[in-house]
Design a protein around this ligand. Sequence first.
Ligand code: PHE
Length: 338
Amino acid sequence: MSERLTDKIEEARLKALAAFEAAASKERLEAARIEFLGVKGRFAELMKALGTLDKEERPQAGAAANSARGEAAAAFEAARAALERAEARADWLDVTLPGRRPPTGHQHVISRTAAEICAIFGRLGFSLVEGPEVETDYYNFEALNFPRDHPARDMQDTLFVSADLLLRTHTSPMQVRTMEKNPPPVWVVVPGKTYRRDSDVSHSPMFHQVEGLAVDQGLTFADLKGVLTAFATAMFSPDTKIRLRPSFFPFTEPSAEVDIACVLCRGRGCRLCKGTGWLEILGSGMVDPAVYGFVGYDPARVSGFAFGLGIERVAMLKYGLEDIRLFYESDLRFLTQF
Ligand code: PHE
């Protein structure tokens, strides 16, 4: 009888020590405490069982039970203290650890390309000006020699704000605003947002242009070609060839569309240039004398040229991108490449 009870005491002692040591949370530890040390726990039962022993067996078994329970209680306390220490450590602030650096952003590829374009023209003597994105019909069309009901207005799918206000469809209205405010000579570039009702892989309802305007004494078409060649070679590569094709804009005469030799195949013809060997990058021409009439310049004394280029177009060609929408999706996997 006593043999069996002392075995049970020893077994309870070992199990209690193992359970307290293994308890990984306060909840587990409490469950183990109730199982072994609780009022109806294993040790309480063993104490009760002492009463069934013979009188001479009782002292020895009682001492063994007391010491086993004491040992279990000490193991419980130690486990509880260890859990509390671990908990305190978990929210202890180590000020010597290096901080987490917030990731630094950088200029958007469109801003960067705009800055690069303007810097090139800056070195050629152009200054930078900016103008409003919400324009009047007068500056966007009328003073650029697009009379009301002129079919050329259909070239640009205009987004109207009211009958007379619109989102500028190009940066050309700044030609008029600049000449209105300044007597000749003017040499300006105008970067900015422009809007057209158009959307596919190569068109976005909001896009960016850089306008250029030079009005001075004796400027000719050769100056236009020279300036644009200097731009193309600085922007793309020193051996970039350009080509001028006749075109039409109401505010320039003559007008030319400007192509650069394909950046991929260098003129041999490929998928990017649709086999032509050339890529269109801008519209340009000699300022139409009719425009001088709107700003009070004397066409007998001055002449000049203007050009307008698409910033997205330039960036897509420079970086070999095929979908304009990538610029506006704010996908960091795309943006961080620049
Ligand atoms: N504004 C024209 C366009 O957006 C481009 C252009 C600018 C053409 C200046 C000639 C001169 O299509």
